[in-house]
Design a protein around this ligand. Structure first.
Ligand SMILES: *Cc1c(COP(=O)(O)O)cnc(C)c1O
Length: 363
C-alpha cells in the first residue's frame, strides 16, 4: 500500500507531506553532496549547515530571544525529567510541579530521586479532566523553578495561558503542543519537547533555555546530561541525532514558508479542533469529551462512547475506513484523536462524518 491514510497517532505522529517528499528525494543523495544525511559526518560543513539552519529557522518561527540557547538533545522528553532537576535544582532547594496528567507524574517521579519536590497543584481527583484554577495553585516563592505540562497528551487538557509564577523560572514540557501556536518565550526559563509530536521524528529532543539558568548548572555533572556542555558545543558534544535534526529543520521550514508562521499554524489547528469538538457536543451525549470544555486540548481530543464494547467496535470500523490510531491511552480509555499541525483538515471531516454514521447505526 502506498496510499496514505488518516493517522491520528499520538506520537510518533503524522508529518507534513512536503517534508516526507523532500526527505525521500534527499535520502539517496543530498543535492550537490552526493551522499545522504544518513551517511555524512556530523562535523562536515554540510551537516553544520543543516543544524545551523534548523536552529535559525526555529528561532525565527518561535521568536526565541538571543539570551536563550537552543539545544538538540537525545533521550526524549523523558530524559529531561531527570536532566532538569540535575541541572536546575541545587542541593537544599525545592522545585514546584503543577500536576495535570500522566506526563507531569512522570516528571515528578524522576525529580524526586534528585531533590525536593512540591506539588503546587494536582487535578488527579477528577482523573485529570481539567486544569487547576489560579487559586488552586499554591506556589513557593522560593522554588528553584515551577514545572508544568502545557498539553497533557493522554488526558487531552491544555493550558491556553502560562501559569503566573512571578520571578520563579517557569519550566515547561511542551512536547505535544510545541510549535502549534505562538508562545512568548521570554516568560519561560526553559522549554523542552520531544520532537515526535509536532516537530519531527523520534530521536531529537529540543531544549530552549535562558542563559542565566545555565549559570546554576553544578560542576561535575555527567557530560551527556550537562546543559552547559551541550550549549558550549553547539549541541555537538557527541554525535547528535543527525537525521532527526534534519527532518525537524524541514518541518520548521514548512511551518515558516508553506504555512506562514505560528499564527497561521494556530488558526489551522483551532479550526480542526473546533470541527471535532462541535461534533462531540452535538451528539446528544453519545460522544462524551473527557476534558472539561474550557480545558480542552487543540492537539489531543479525548472522548468516550456509551460503552466499552461500542468503543471497540468504533475503533475497529474506523481503522477499516482508513482512520488509524484512534484508541485512547489505557489510563483514560475511550478514544483519542491526535490532530497535530500536520494532520489534514480533510481527516477531521472524514472522522466527523464517520462518527455521525456510527451513531446512527449504533445509537
Ligand atoms: C510524548 C510525551 C512525553 C514523552 O516523550 P519521550 O520523547 O517518549 O520521552 C513527555 N511529555 C509529553 C507531554 C509527551 O506528550
Amino acid at each position: 500500500m502506498s496510499e496514505r491514510i488518516f493517522n491520528f497517532s499520538a506520537g510518533p505522529a503524522v508529518l507534513p507531506e512536503p517534508v516526507l517528499k523532500q526527505a525521500q528525494r534527499d535520502l539517496f543523495a543530498l543535492p550537490g553532496v552526493g551522499m545522504s544525511v544518513l551517511e555524512i559526518s556530523h562535523r562536515s560543513p554540510t551537516f553544520e549547515q543543516i543544524i545551523a539552519e534548523a536552529e535559525a529557522d526555529l528561532r525565527k518561527l518561535v521568536g526565541i530571544p538571543d539570551n536563550y540557547k537552543v539545544l538538540f538533545l537525545q533521550g526524549g522528553a523523558s530524559l529531561q525529567f531527570t536532566t532538569i532537576p540535575m541541572n536546575l535544582l541545587p542541593k537544599g532547594a525545592s522545585a514546584d510541579y503543577i500536576l495535570t496528567g500522566s506526563w507531569g507524574q512522570g516528571a515528578i517521579k524522576e525529580a524526586k530521586k534528585l531533590g525536593t519536590v512540591r506539588e503546587a497543584a494536582n487535578t488527579g481527583d477528577t482523573n485529570f479532566n481539567r486544569l487547576p484554577k489560579p487559586d488552586e495553585v499554591k506556589l513557593d516563592p522560593n522554588a528553584a523553578y515551577v514545572h508544568y505540562t502545557s498539553n497533557e497528551t493522554i488526558f487531552g487538557v491544555e493550558f491556553q495561558d502560562e501559569p503566573v509564577v512571578g520571578n520563579v523560572p517557569l519550566v515547561c514540557d511542551m512536547s505535544s503542543d510545541f510549535i502549534s501556536r505562538p508562545v512568548d518565550v521570554s516568560k519561560y526559563g526553559l522549554i523542552y519537547a520531544g520532537a515526535q509530536k509536532n516537530a519531527g521524528p523520534a530521536g531529537a529532543t529540543i531544549v530552549i533555555v535562558r542563559d542565566d539558568l545555565l549559570e546554576r548548572v553544578p560542576e561535575g555533572l555527567p557530560a551527556m546530561l550537562d546543559y552547559k556542555n551541550f550549549a558550549k558545543n553547539g549541541s555537538m558534544y557527541n554525535t547528535p541525532p543527525c537525521f532527526a535534526i534534519y527532518i525537524c529543520g524541514l518541518v520548521f521550514k514548512w511551518a515558516l514558508n508553506d504555512i506562514g508562521g505560528l499564527e497561521n499554524v494556530q488558526a489551522m489547528n483551532k479550526e480542526k479542533a473546533a470541527v471535532l469538538y462541535k461534533a462531540i457536543d452535538a451528539s446528544d451525549n453519545y460522544y462524551r469529551g473527557h476534558a472539561e470544555a474550557d480545558c480542552r486540548s487543540q492537539m489531543n481530543v479525548t472522548f468516550r462512547l456509551p460503552s466499552e464494547d461500542l468503543e471497540k467496535k468504533f475503533i475497529k470500523e474506523a481503522t477499516a475506513a482508513g482512520l488509524d490510531g484512534l484508541k485512547g491511552h489505557r489510563s483514560v480509555g475511550g478514544l483519542r484523536a491526535s490532530i497535530y499541525n500536520a494532520f489534514p483538515k480533510a481527516g477531521v471531516e472524514k472522522l466527523v462524518e464517520f462518527m455521525a454514521d456510527f451513531q446512527k447505526n449504533n445509537g
